[in-house]
Design a protein around this ligand. Structure first.
Ligand code: AMP
Ligand code: GLY
Length: 425
């Protein structure tokens, strides 16, 4: 089989790593890919993931047996539809199904229609009405830009004054452009967060894994929001009883509801959860693609081949398939540039990559690096590397990931020291 992977980050490096290891796969092509991905795949750096015309052109020329799409933007813009029209099998939702992530108002109204547990909400496209609503609520709430805002369009507010300020920024100053012309205002939920992944073929699903990421820059979940400073899988927060509830109360009705509404969901359904003290799961958000850096953590746990599952899902044929076999636990520690998530320098040489990968069960995924003509990798982004290790326990995985991270150096490098900590069973 030939597989084409769309994207260029740590998530896509992990997907390429998992896909290239499959005995069914002869070759992997990536667009645009990265220097690190180029060690396992033929890359097309001239093809941007969001240039639908260019991606479809490449897919026609390469004629892959399967396309796997990493990021949400091309999915929301209809890349999977265009590929399917060209007769190419694709693991990823249509634009109509990607609305679950691309429009928070759509997702909330969909959940209301299908009785899927989530925070109470109202949708507004008028700033003054939205303001009046948060004043009426009088307490904490969450203000969300409707559209895609690169994970930055959500403001968790303690009181109406904060909510009004958020509304002014999103709707008044249009910080996220048209993505904020509509907002969702919702009840602020209490509990602990986790995420759950299922592979879907439009009608059926196969459970994949639970995971948890760490979005804040500093230890103890303090500091600024980032694209993700680490992740681990599974999470003790999703115990077998909670997992059963997530599958029955959320994943099954979502897949069935999308099919019933003529928007069959094909691809990975990534459910952001809030789990209350009684273990009841509610949906905080849906994503329609693999998480970054959760995918890095999930891929190193794989003990069976993921590719036949992705292919069966793309062909609408998951019937009778079993979930993949997974190692017990994994931890991904992100090594970031000095200054990230604010300004940072790039082009700094990285040392110790080979030593890091000699730690048992460890793979280093590249999120933002470039390889010079001298063969040396240098930093090229805020999040630089995802040092990812599997283990028989979360503790072993964490110990290995941090031992490997300790081998790597670049000027200004920083990382959290508490990824997956404090949760051991
Ligand atoms: P989202 O992009 O919708 O996942 O929101 C980003 C983050 O905001 C989530 O990971 C939560 O930490 C927080 N959040 C979103 N919605 C709520 C809610 N209804 N109650 C409490 N926290 C929330
Ligand atoms: N780690 C969260 C995300 O990929 O959106």
């Amino acid at each position: 089989m030939k597989v084409l992977v769309i994207g260029s980050g740590g998530r896509e490096h992990a997907l390429v790593h998992g896909i290239a290891a499959s005995p069914c796969v002869d070759s992997v092509v990536a667009a645009p890919g990265s220097d690190a991905i180029a060690e396992r795949a033929t890359c097309h750096p001239e093809v941007s993931a969001t240039d639908l015309e260019a991606v479809v052109g490449l897919a026609r020329r390469e004629a892959p047996d399967l396309v796997v799409v990493g990021p949400e933007d091309p999915l929301a813009a209809g890349l999977a539809d265009r590929l399917r029209e060209a007769g190419i099998a694709v693991f990823g939702p249509s634009a109509a199904a990607a609305r679950l992530e691309a429009s928070k108002a759509f997702a909330k109204e969909f959940m209301a229609r299908h009785g899927i547990p989530t925070a109470a909400f109202r949708v507004f496209d008028d700033l003054e009405r939205a303001r009046a609503h948060v004043r009426e609520l009088g307490g904490p709430c969450v203000v969300k830009a409707d559209g895609l805002a690169a994970g930055k369009g959500v403001v968790v507010c303690d009181d109406p004054a904060q909510a009004e300020a958020a509304l002014q920024e999103i709707m008044g100053a249009r910080r996220f452009g048209a993505a904020g012309d509509r907002v969702v205002i919702e009840e602020r939920l209490a509990g602990t967060e986790a995420s759950y992944y299922a592979i879907c073929d439009g009608e059926r699903f196969v459970p994949l894994a639970a995971a948890q990421d760490h979005k804040r820059a500093r230890d103890g979940d303090r500091g600024e929001n980032t694209g993700g400073m680490g992740a681990f899988s599974p999470t003790p927060r999703v115990d077998p009883v909670t997992e059963k509830r997530v599958l029955e109360e959320i994943v099954a009705p979502t897949v069935a509801g999308m099919a019933a509404e003529g928007r069959p969901f094909t691809g990975v359904l990534f459910v952001g959860l809030m789990i209350d003290d009684a273990g009841a799961p509610r949906v905080v958000e849906f994503n329609v693609r693999f998480g970054d850096p959760e995918t890095q953590a999930i891929v190193v746990r794989l003990e069976s081949d993921l590719v036949p599952l992705l292919e069966a899902a793309a062909r609408g044929d998951l019937g009778g398939r079993r979930p993949p076999e997974l190692a017990d636990a994994s931890v991904c520690v992100v090594l970031a540039s000095g200054g990230y998530p604010r300004g940072y320098e790039t082009g700094l040489p990285i040392s110790g990559l080979e030593e890091a990968e000699s730690v048992p069960g460890t793979v280093v995924f590249h999120a933002g690096t470039r390889r010079g003509e001298d063969g040396v990798y240098r930093t090229a982004g805020g999040r630089v590397l995802g040092v990812t290790a599997r283990g028989a326990t979360l503790r072993e995985a964490r110990e290995r990931a941090y031992r490997a991270a300790g081998c790597i150096h670049f000027e200004g490098m920083h990382h959290r020291r508490d990824i997956g900590a404090g949760l051991d069973r």
